[in-house]
Design a protein around this ligand. Structure first.
Ligand SMILES: C[S@@+](CC[C@H](N)C(=O)[O-])C[C@H]1O[C@@H](n2cnc3c(N)ncnc32)[C@H](O)[C@@H]1O
Length: 243
């Protein structure tokens, strides 16, 4: 994502009350921070924050945190976040996903959104940087994340992610190879990200899956089922192309 510095960025970073500085000081205290015991969702690499602002506005009984390592982009997200209703429980953190264990105690984050993350196309060289690589899935599990909602436009990354989730024993549900070709009842699919809108405009399919930690206390999915691995909603041949 291009990060052209805007004039208002410094002021936004200094004054926006939704940006949390020294977030590590809230480790184990995020529910107190929000002032309720509602579940907390975290979006990794929230970009300019369209998705999380919409979701937080629609679900005031949930808490949302946007994590983004680029402070100029985060400033744009937080600016948008400030425009949503005060009922929204919404916070922004400038940090890297690698820092998650220093920011959150096990059990604090219930759901994770990973949406249009960098595909790191050279698998041999860069696979470990992919946010769905098994090393990250283990971090998410250690943090007690019960569900991960993953979207991408990149088929190779999607295939790689299916393998990684499967290898690490996550239960996959609602696998779609063309999310917007059919109506979905899942809450999480109502809202789109900035990148998603660009890919939709280009006519590209959006790949999506939900992954549940089997040890996640019987967490139910959006349709109330505890879930089994399902057949993809559209039938392209997965695992057929080498990277
Ligand atoms: C391709 S953009 C997608 C943004 C947004 N999710 C969307 O769909 O519009 C990926 C974003 O993730 C951020 N990012 C990449 N790696 C990250 C990491 N390790 N920790 C935190 N943010 C990261 C980038 O700065 C960028 O804003």
């Amino acid at each position: 994502m291009r990060t052209r510095k805007k004039k208002w960025t410094a002021r936004e970073l200094a004054e926006n009350p939704r940006i949390v500085y020294s977030p590590e000081t809230y480790k184990g205290r995020w529910h107190s921070f929000f002032g309720n015991s509602n579940p907390i969702s975290l979006e990794i690499g929230c970009g300019k924050g369209k998705f999380i602002a919409q979701a937080a506005n629609a679900f005031p009984d949930r808490n949302f945190i946007g994590l983004e390592r680029d402070q100029t982009i985060l400033a744009a997200a937080a600016r948008l976040g400030l425009r949503v209703t005060e009922d929204a429980r919404l916070a922004y953190i400038i940090s890297d996903v690698e820092e998650m264990p220093t920011l959150f105690a096990p059990g604090e984050i219930q759901t994770l959104y990973i949406q249009f993350c960098d595909p790191w196309p050279n698998k041999k060289k860069w696979a470990k940087r992919r946010l769905t690589h098994s090393r990250f899935l283990r971090i998410y599990r250690e943090l007690g994340v019960a569900a991960i909602f993953f979207k991408t436009d990149n088929r190779q990354l999607f295939e790689f992610s299916l393998e990684q989730f499967s290898q690490e024993g996550w239960l996959m549900k609602s696998i779609s190879l063309d999310l917007h070709s059919s109506a979905s009842s899942a809450d999480e699919t109502q809202f789109t990200t900035e990148y998603e809108e660009k890919f939709i405009a280009l006519g590209q399919p959006i790949y999506r899956l939900e992954a549940y930690d089997r040890g996640g206390g019987g967490l139910k999915d959006a349709n109330g089922s505890t879930g089994e691995i399902e057949e993809p909603a559209a039938s392209n041949d997965l695992f057929s192309e080498d990277e």
